[in-house]
Design a protein around this ligand. Structure first.
Ligand code: CU
Length: 225
């Protein structure tokens, strides 16, 4: 091969390596999560049934040990997606399958249910408006949409339970709590939701890792007119 040919090959290889490195780095710092569309899952105006689960460890992907939320698609498949497309001004019947254990809250305000229909959540069928995280099993996560004042504390399963789910998606034969609330979507816009319990174990004050990553402890309600 001529010198020129060898130089061109070396340059091409160098650029390929640089490109690959950039792709990996940017893929890591700008995580994305697929959007799940619920706008055509039901006739216009009918309530949307949204079912999600919170797990102690996702079990797959780049961060298998991270806590995470998953969503059940309208087709019934559990996927790791935290951006959900919802119709505006529509009632959402939200069911949360909580498979993670809990602990006392650092700030008791997150034990207060807010922004739901009736100001309550159904915890395994029983309505509660507040959960004292110093008693019982504590709170593992919250599902909160600050812009609409929605806060749903997710009471933990007993950490001593013999059947704690290890790998998502979890199925109901593992220890879990079923939490149900209803709320109404606001007008069109993008509304962030997140967990306010510092559950990013091993990170600074528990607020790193999954707490700041789309697809794990936070996402968006993509509300469309
Ligand atoms: Cu959390």
């Amino acid at each position: 091969m001529s010198l020129r040919g060898r130089l061109a090959t070396a340059l091409a290889l160098f650029l390929a390596v640089v490109g690959l490195a950039l792709w990996v780095v940017f893929g890591f710092i700008t995580p994305t999560t697929p959007t799940t569309d619920f706008t055509s899952a039901q006739p216009a105006g009918s309530p949307v049934n949204l079912t999600i689960q919170a797990v102690g460890a996702i079990g797959f992907g780049p961060h298998p040990t991270w806590v995470s939320y998953l969503v059940k698609t309208p087709a019934g498949k559990w996927i790791q997606s935290t951006i959900w497309k919802l119709p505006a001004h529509t009632k959402v019947n939200l069911t949360i399958m909580q498979y993670d254990s809990g602990s006392p809250l650092r700030n008791q305000i997150w034990g207060q249910v807010a922004g739901t229909q009736g100001g309550t959540e159904l915890l395994n069928g029983k309505p509660i408006s507040f959960y004292n995280s110093y008693g019982g099993n504590g709170v593992g996560h919250t599902f909160a949409v600050p812009a609409i004042g929605l806060v749903v504390p997710l009471v933990g399963v007993p950490s001593s339970a013999p059947n704690i789910c290890g790998t998502a998606p979890c199925t109901p034969n593992y220890a879990h709590n079923v939490i149900k609330v209803s709320f109404t979507t606001p007008s069109a816009g993008s509304y962030s939701w997140q967990c306010f319990v510092p559950c990013g174990l091993g990170t600074l004050y528990g607020n790193g890792g999954p707490m700041g990553a789309l697809g794990y402890m936070g996402g968006f309600l993509d509300v469309t007119a």
